[in-house]
Design a protein around this ligand. Structure first.
Ligand code: NAD
Ligand code: ZN
Length: 378
């Protein structure tokens, strides 16, 4: 089959690789109809992780079930399914608690599994014609037949539930004010989720104008950090008060005004942005180690976080990979019923063969490249 293969920093190619096969009775093989490129793929693409050349990326996948293992009970050949990015068993202690991103079975001692992601188990990615899905009864989320809402449903594999999770981690309640740092696809989904959940005001911070425009279009208030301290801009807009909630959808690759990489800047600005006793959700990625970091502490994953100020303000913080499966069924039903249309963030629908060019442009955050969907059958 054709697959996107990582060749080394800043280089992917599309070439023939072996078809996946059923390895365990609980596996299915899915023919991919839509797979997305994620900001999380770029950490590997840029060579900032231990990802080895030869692997196939792709943790945001949907398609049609092609082959079913003898131990699968509920999924049938021909079913249309979306695959939340956490590969998980469904029966370990963490999965039972809804923490499918920390499955103890697929990747002990709990780092969680994912398709096509370094350090997250042996599972190949779905930027390919076919994908093996383990523990299929748990990992396949069934979708209505046909092709309707294809781009909306594709976002259930990661960024829609991940954005929703960021807001959930912050403890958001209806009527709250929310600040989202990062207007990438994940930040857009966090802002959209806050609005869906009844936020009174949502601020979105970035410095890429065309990304801030998308946030404005959905009803959020854009804040450009090149115009001055974003925490000050937001608290000024609120008459001196902080927001009730804040979400970090940037992660360790945050830059300061001027473009210098400053990994902890968003975490510290959130402490200033959010009011006393408010809540913060961190979904932007922080690596346990980062060889490309700007200093030796950051390279070991140690960041200068103003814990004293955080403590003084009595804030709370939730972190981690998102338990995408936990929200996927409800968010699917909201899409089906026309109450959510997350595909406003999708900028391109391309054949798989155009992946190398799409990676390059998305990595450069080129105008018009907010979220790329790839279609192996196109
Ligand atoms: P992206 O790189 O496209 O978006 C990040 C945005 O942050 C960019 O628009 C950038 O301009 C902006 N930014 C940089 N510095 C900033 C600052 N100081 N203040 C405000 N904005 C700033 O990536 P994405 O696809 O939107 O993903 C965002 C993060 O979420 C990545 O770290 C990704 O790995 C992570 N992620 C986490 C999960 C999870 O399960 N927790 C899932 C998916 C993605
Ligand atoms: Zn992703």
């Amino acid at each position: 089959m054709k697959a996107v293969v990582y060749e080394g920093p800043y280089e992917v190619t599309v070439k023939d690789v072996e078809d996946p096969t059923i390895q365990d009775p609980t596996d299915v093989i899915v023919r991919i109809t839509t797979t997305a490129i994620c900001g999380s793929d770029l950490h590997m693409y840029e060579g900032r992780t231990a990802a080895e050349p030869g692997i196939t990326f792709g943790h945001e996948n949907m398609g049609i079930v092609e082959e079913v293992g003898p131990g699968v009970a509920t999924v049938k050949k021909g079913d249309r399914v979306v695959l939340p990015f956490n590969v998980a068993c469904g029966f370990c202690k963490n999965c039972r608690a809804g923490k499918s991103a920390f499955c103890l079975t697929v990747n002990p001692p709990g780092a969680g599994g994912a398709y096509g992601y370094v350090g997250m188990g042996p599972y190949s990615g779905g930027q390919a014609e076919y994908l093996r899905v383990p523990f299929a009864d748990y990992n396949c989320v069934p979708l209505p037949e046909g092709m309707e809402h294809e781009s909306d449903f594709a976002l259930l594999a990661d960024i829609f539930p991940t954005g929703y999770h960021g807001v959930e981690l912050s403890g958001m309640r209806p009527g709250d004010t929310v600040a989202v740092y990062g207007a990438g696809p994940v930040g857009q989904m966090a802002a959209y989720s806050a609005l869906l959940r009844g936020a009174s005001r949502v601020f979105v911070v970035d410095h890429i104008g065309h990304r801030l425009d998308i946030a404005k279009d959905i009803g959020a208030e854009p804040i450009n950090f090149d115009d001055g301290d974003p925490a000050e801009q937001i608290t000024d807009a609120l008459g001196g008060e902080g927001t009730d909630r804040g979400v970090d959808a940037v992660g360790y690759q945050a830059t300061a005004k001027g473009g210098e990489e400053q990994p902890a800047i968003v975490l510290n600005q959130l402490v200033d942005t959010v009011r006393h006793t408010g809540g913060i959700g961190v979904i932007g990625l922080y690596l346990p180690s980062d060889p490309g970091a700007p200093n030796e502490h950051a390279a070991k994953g140690e960041l200068l976080y103003r814990i004293g100020r955080f403590f003084e303000k009595g804030q709370t913080m939730g972190t981690g990979q998102a338990d995408a499966k936990r929200y996927a069924h409800q968010l699917r039903d909201m899409i089906t019923e026309g109450r959510a249309t997350p595909s406003f963030v999708v900028s391109q629908n391309l054949p798989l063969s155009q992946a190398p060019d799409a990676y390059d442009r998305f990595d450069k955050r080129e105008k018009g490249y907010s979220k790329v969907l790839l279609h192996p059958g196109m």
